[in-house]
Design a protein around this ligand. Structure first.
Ligand SMILES: [Fe+2]
Length: 478
């Protein structure tokens, strides 16, 4: 057999490699209305570092989702040079696992700050027009899409029909957002970020055009409305990017849901490099669930800030949404899976709980519901009633002295008092979720503000939770 010259082998290798790298990914998109596609199972995720190993695509494909939804920080672009931005998208587009996913399933997307162009950027990012085009081109947005004709990338999709109609709204939290307000000096706690709530009437997150569009959307018929927002909607203020940084816009969303009587709203979010569940219970509105999955391949551990309603998961993860239409009262479920395809968090809710029915608006708890053992970030917390509204608690090395008092939303009866550990002490308050399933707690050190969260949930609520998940960032054993 004739020997192939070395130079020819090199040339072939270079040519094949270049062809592989240069092959542009062809995302398959969906029309805005998909009446013949009943949505019951899809995957979502956020925060994908294009230079890092991407082990998540195989387990995502194993789940056989109907579609893949990007919730932002889809790449880390972080540039004003569109050639660089394009190259960084290409790195993602050339990842074999992602190519396999995109070849099999439709891909829908919104963006967050890093793929938009700069960390924590808003309408002051100078290349927002150009970046929108790069985004839409990469995701193969069709030429006649409304997203090609207006500023910002917000959009919506509909699936199924009749009482199985699902609306998927993808918000743009970047293009119109006014600059955030920075804290003067240092936050009260090291674990908090640098942004503080800005009550100014001119501060906006979505901008007027997007708000008007959203109102029209929420008036469209749908049984379930999934709102994709890159940054968390329901998390309390923690100094990082959340809707809580612009409280008027957060309230505007709640008022809009109430005004349009839009039922079945749930939020999906990303951005925070861990996964968690947060729930808001606004007055005269059903509980608003915000389920966060982040990051696909750059996890930070769940201990950086603990600001959630239930437990969190701090490893690399993606999310799965399942809608079980077979039940008389259909259920929507949210799962967080790790890169071994193991479920680490799970939360499900019947659609009947996402309506303006009186049972979803009222509180079903009494102080007695505080009694017993709760799982918390610090280990099991036991609350005991002494007498005449006096309580005590124990959690690891902390002892708590509490009294029934005004705490939590709408001045409901909560527990207010102090905690003391081996070396430290501070103030603490607890309130209950409407259904008594979750304990919302806030605590302080010494006389500092009550800004640290102490979430609790009943044992057994989360089958897959492992306490070790919180400690990914702890020192490695010697
Ligand atoms: Fe982000």
């Amino acid at each position: 057999m004739k020997r192939i010259p070395a130079w020819l082998v090199c040339l072939l290798v270079v040519t094949i490699t270049q062809a592989t790298i240069a092959a542009p990914i062809q995302h398959s998109t969906l029309p805005n209305d998909n009446p013949d596609m009943t949505l019951s199972h899809f995957a979502f995720g956020s925060c994908c570092r294009q230079h890092n190993p991407q082990k998540h695509w195989a387990p995502i494909i194993e789940n056989e989702p109907q579609l893949w939804l990007w919730l932002g920080d889809n790449i880390y672009g972080d540039t004003e040079d569109m050639t660089v931005l394009n190259k960084r998208y290409s790195l993602l587009g050339n990842t074999p696992g992602y190519q396999q996913l995109a070849a099999r399933y439709p891909v829908l997307a919104t963006w967050d700050d890093h793929d938009y162009g700069r960390n924590d950027a808003g309408n002051d990012y100078v290349k927002r027009v150009e970046s929108q085009k790069v985004f839409l081109d990469f995701f193969n947005e069709r030429a006649d899409s409304p997203r090609r004709k207006r500023p910002g990338i917000y959009t919506s999709y509909y699936f199924g029909k009749g009482d199985q109609r699902v609306q998927l709204i993808l918000l743009d939290t970047r293009y119109f957002r006014t600059p955030l307000k920075r804290i003067q000096g240092q936050p009260a706690y090291r674990r908090m970020g640098k942004w503080i709530p800005d009550p100014s009437p001119t501060a906006t997150l979505l901008g007027d055009a997007q708000w008007q569009w959203l109102e029209e959307e929420l008036r469209q018929p749908a049984r379930l409305r999934i709102i994709g927002t890159s940054i968390q909607f329901a998390a309390p203020h923690n100094g990082y990017e959340t809707w809580a940084n612009i409280p008027r816009e957060h309230q505007r969303m709640i008022e809009l849901i109430k005004k349009t009587r839009a039922e079945g709203v749930v939020f999906l979010s990303g951005d925070i490099h861990s996964s968690e569940l947060c729930i808001n219970e606004p007055e005269d509105c059903y509980p608003l669930i915000d389920y966060t999955s982040s990051s696909l391949n750059a996890p930070l551990g769940a201990a950086a800030t603990h600001r959630r309603t239930g437990p969190g998961f701090g490893g690399a993860n993606f999310g799965i949404v399942d809608i079980d239409w077979s039940a008389a009262d259909p259920t929507v479920s949210f799962s967080t899976k790790d890169t071994a395809n193991q479920t680490r968090l799970h939360h499900s809710v019947p659609l009947s709980r996402l309506t303006f029915h009186e049972t979803n608006l009222s509180r079903h708890t009494t102080p007695a519901d505080f009694l017993g053992e709760w799982q918390t970030f610090y280990g099991p917390l036991t609350l005991t009633r002494l007498s005449a509204g006096q309580w005590e608690g124990e959690c690891a090395d902390r002892t708590l002295k509490l009294a029934e008092g005004q705490s939590g939303p709408s001045g409901m009866v909560g527990l207010v008092g102090t905690w003391r550990g081996e070396k430290q002490h501070g103030k603490v308050t607890f309130s209950l979720s409407r259904d008594g399933k979750f304990l919302h707690g806030a605590y302080s050190y010494d006389d500092l503000p009550l800004q640290l969260d102490w979430a609790g949930w009943k044992p057994g609520w989360e089958q897959h939770f492992k306490r070790d998940d919180y400690h990914l960032r702890k020192k490695k054993p010697k």
